[in-house]
Design a protein around this ligand. Structure first.
Ligand code: GAL
Length: 418
């Protein structure tokens, strides 16, 4: 083989190896900007982020596409895989072990312990965490509240008074979509508000059917139904980005949603604290309902291991953590950042999470507490209850208990040592 041909071969393999195919579900304005920030940082390392974004809030579509791509031998190099589902992929040997990177970069000390544990399967680090979202967030319109002489509600009695006043003034008190995952995201927040983090976790970790008959679960369901009267009627089914745009236009006074909504409102040009503000949802002040976004590197042949490791290193670095999370609405997964660099909502999220496991509650809908089957079954029941007023709360409790009985031993209760 001539030197020219050898050289050409080298260039082709080298440039092919410099591209990473990244599958994720970030397609809203802020999500795109946040992903571009990551892609830009990779470019500085000489790696091209080939985007394989699958639209659909909460990754409903992306997960299905990932499965079919892996099954048909077209796995991406990097995938947004989050929560306990990492166990299944890791145990099948589909994920690249990032132990050397984790060791070199001191990840186990740098990350919050819950987050370091989240990315470990059978003692190996198999994913890189990029951001910590807080789901129990209530956004409100500060100017409107001042005009109406209202204070943001700190408990449900205040919430009811504020909502009634707003409604009398002809303002829709609460933004909401009837998309199933968005309804269930509201429900898990209300569940946390009623139970507190300890019982919330007990419900999902021990999965004892009887626990789901607790009056606190009943009250959370009742609250979900009663909040409907503060929403636009009929509750429109629309993507969360659309809800964000509508809230930004002032169509509703309050909105309960994970703090990716804050990222979106910022990207839409709104100023935090002036044009929108956030507080914890009533009854959840000291608690943190979390979802951690993580990327796993798919093992496929180890041909791109160097680039995958470089990407993992870069994503977890302090400067990129700060730049990316500011846009995404989440906060860094690291304990060694200066919280003064965060805005008021972010600081509250980061500081609350820092208080440790006792205040942390894993999101059901955003894949922190169960596997896909249990998550989907819970969402379906909550959605049905929300859309059909004939379904009694006690009936839902019975169905949730049945789900626990049927799927008790599936993932979510960690099978493997972290
Ligand atoms: C969550 C995810 C966030 C955001 C949101 C809306 O599951 O953690 O990053 O994308 O869904 O799609």
């Amino acid at each position: 083989m001539g030197a020219g041909l050898l050289c050409l071969l080298w260039i082709t393999t080298a440039s092919a190896a410099q591209t990473l195919d990244v599958l994720h579900w970030w397609t809203s304005l802020s999500e795109r900007q946040a992903a571009n920030t990551l892609a830009g940082a990779l470019q500085d390392e000489g790696i091209v982020w080939r985007d394989a974004a699958i639209p659909g809030g909460a990754g409903i579509g992306a997960f299905k596409v990932l499965k079919s791509r892996v099954l048909s031998g077209r796995a991406p190099d990097v995938a947004q895989l989050i929560g306990p589902t990492l166990d299944d992929w890791g145990e099948l040997g589909l994920l690249l072990e990032l132990d050397d990177v984790a060791m070199d970069e001191g990840w186990s000390a740098a990350f919050f312990p819950t987050i370091a544990a989240l990315v470990r399967v059978q003692g190996h680090t198999v994913a890189v965490p990029v951001g910590l979202h807080r789901i129990n967030t209530l956004y409100y319109q500060p100017k409107l509240f001042v005009e109406q002489g209202l204070r943001p509600p700190r408990n449900w009695a205040e919430f009811e008074r504020v909502a009634a006043r707003l409604q009398r003034a002809g303002i829709t008190p609460l933004a909401q979509s009837s998309e199933p995952w968005q309804v269930a995201t509201l429900f898990e927040t209300l569940l946390l508000a009623e139970t507190g983090a300890a019982y919330y976790k007990q419900l999902l970790q021990l999965r004892r059917p009887d626990d789901w008959f607790d009056p606190r679960v009943f009250r959370a369901l009742e609250r979900l139904r009663s909040l409907k009267r503060w929403m636009a009627q009929p509750v429109p089914q629309r993507g969360w980005e659309e809800v964000a745009r509508s809230f930004a236009r002032g169509d509703a006074a309050m909105w309960i949603m994970g703090d990716w909504a804050r990222g979106e409102l910022l990207s839409l040009g709104l100023d935090v604290d002036r044009e929108f503000a956030c507080i914890a949802v009533p009854g959840t002040g000291g608690a943190h309902l979390y979802s951690v976004d993580t990327f796993a590197m798919m093992a496929g042949g180890y041909g791109k291991q160097r680039e995958q490791e470089t990407m993992a290193r870069s994503l977890a670095s302090v400067p990129l953590q700060l730049a990316y999370n500011r846009i995404k609405g989440s906060v860094p997964v690291r304990r060694d950042i200066d919280p003064a660099a965060l805005d008021s909502c972010g600081r509250d999220s980061w500081q609350t999470f820092s208080r440790g496991a006792a205040v942390q509650a894993p999101s059901i809908v955003h894949r922190m507490a169960t596997d896909e089957a249990m998550k989907d079954a819970i969402i379906a029941q909550i959605y049905r209850y929300f859309t059909d007023d004939q379904v009694a709360a006690t009936e839902v409790q019975r169905r949730l208990a049945t789900i626990m009985r049927a799927l008790q031993n599936d993932t979510g209760v960690r099978r493997t040592p972290r």
